[in-house]
Design a protein around this ligand. Sequence first.
Ligand code: 6CS
Length: 344
Amino acid sequence: MKHFMSLKKLNALLTGCLLIAATSISVYAAEWKYAMGEGESDPQGIYATAFKDFIQENSRHTIKIYPVGSLGEEADMLEQTKAGILQFLGQSTGYMGGTIPEMDLFTLPYVMPTDTKQLDYFFKNSKVINEMLPPIFNQHGLELLSIFPEGEMAVTTFEPFHSPADLEGKKMRVMPGSPILVETYQAFGASPVPMTWGDLIGALKTNMVDGQENPTVWIEAYGLDHLTNVLTYTGHGHFNASASANKAFFDGLSERDKKLVLAAAEHAHKVILSEAQKLDAYGLGRIVRTNPDFTIVTLTKEERVPFKEAAKEVQALFASKSDSNKKLLDQMMADLKEAEENAE
Ligand code: 6CS
């Protein structure tokens, strides 16, 4: 009898242990959702995959990646992340200015350099990114993890252009949600049309728009060079993307998991920054090889002058919108000067 009781106790103890183990697994082995505005082989996908692999190799958590199109448009994914339905979001900065006005900083014309070494330095050391934007993201329910470049903005059109006068009346598609993109193309003489990525291909096929802007690697990957005739490098901008987490989710993580997420972001940031330097050359090389009839134009220094003049108004307009915008733009200029002086 005595012996029977102790077996019963042992059984109860074992059941208890199993229950505790099962609970720990469900608490500590979570599946986190990561949505993004690009496919898995695109720059945001390279970042997301490096992030996911790091998390999965260093913990029992798993990450499910939702690429472009699987969870609606980019604006929907931003709302879903703010609401905590998604834990992580990869998003083009050009979609964020409507929600986080300060993010329009990254779409301002003739502010970012085209030199990849300077960009690399800037995206690693920028005070704007590392110190000033994180509390601004927090106010919007987000935890900023990274901002990284995807290549110089290239403009593709049906007809060539060399001056703002050539752009007059041209309907140029811009990413929706960024007032500065609209203001930029207006200043450049064109008629901007904000439109989601999902609508752009159809709009080009039916001549609803006369052109669009995107980084070269994306233009090649999604065949935009076959839907337009000319690609023009104006030097006016760089395409950038961000990665962020839902703030309440991040705040609720254990100290260990917070460190894990931050280390994964640091790792993925390094991976994409080393890729970023090659993206433009890769995209352009493929276009030249596969589509020899496509015209490539680089505006001369002289041709850029009126565009740069027009850009000054847009920069001033951004700075005039809020104190926060002004402070960020001032610091951005200081960060970029430091990048120019220190980039190797
Ligand atoms: O033009 C767009 O809307 C898309 N372009 C890129 C390079 N990434 C995603 C974005 O949605």
